[in-house]
Design a protein around this ligand. Structure first.
Ligand code: TMP
Length: 212
């Protein structure tokens, strides 16, 4: 018998909004209910895409022009979709992904000024019409998010080094994306206690997929 296709859920939002933590927590909550779930991330999520990630997240902000950067992100995304996401969904697993296409519209589009239509054309070539079933946008004032990431001590600071205007444009971009696609997206206020945010996320997922 063929497994029922799993669901594809993405987390989106600016730096330090809690996406990785909440992606993990959501997967654990689903597992407790007997739903097999994997957590993955972008850029990355497959061996090849993780190699491309290291080129993107390290170094000077101006290291790549925005079109090169977008092509690299979508090369990584295609590999991730084909080698990790689609095979898991086909096995009936749920896939919880920390960032996906909306990050490209927000960061490369609104943040770095690449027009939407160019992002969309690259997207069509790379992944055709593959889309998340549900997207959770974690919303937080950028200064609070950046304060959270400042203590992390990683080398992956390239995008955090863009100026304050960049992060403000991105926050607005995520909210605009959610407003334009209300059937796919929900915005959750991340400026709250972690457990409250996790509860709001699970309530949204439960409602969206009619889980008992
Ligand atoms: P992370 O910090 O959430 O792991 O993501 C790494 C960086 O990559 C983050 O600063 C945002 C950036 N990014 C983009 O600029 N465009 C994209 O499409 C994705 C997926 C990430």
């Amino acid at each position: 018998m063929m497994a029922k296709r799993g669901r594809f859920i993405t987390f989106e939002g600016g730096e330090g909004t809690g996406k990785s933590t909440h992606a993990r927590r959501l997967a654990q909550t689903l597992e407790k209910r007997g739903i097999s779930a994997i957590v993955t991330r972008e850029p990355g999520g497959s061996p090849g895409a993780e190699e491309i990630r290291s080129l993107l997240v390290k170094g000077e902000p101006g290291r790549w022009d925005v079109l090169t950067e977008t092509l690299m992100l979508y090369a990584a995304r295609r590999d991730h979709v084909e080698r990790t996401i689609k095979p898991a969904l086909a096995k009936g697993q749920w896939v919880i992904c920390d960032r996906f296409v909306d990050s490209s519209y927000a960061y490369q589009g609104a943040g770095r000024g690449l027009d939407r239509e160019t992002v969309r054309r690259i997207e069509t070539i790379a992944i055709d019409d593959f889309k998340p079933d549900f997207t959770i946008v974690l919303d937080l004032p950028p200064e609070k998010g950046l304060a959270r990431t400042a203590g992390r001590g990683t080398a992956e600071t390239r995008f955090e080094s863009f100026d304050a205007g960049f992060h403000a444009r991105m926050r607005k971009a995520f909210l605009d994306i959610a407003r334009r696609a209300p059937e796919r997206c929900i915005v959750i206020d991340a400026d709250k206690d972690m457990d409250d945010v996790a509860a709001a996320i699970f309530a949204a997922v439960k409602g969206r997929f009619k889980l008992r």
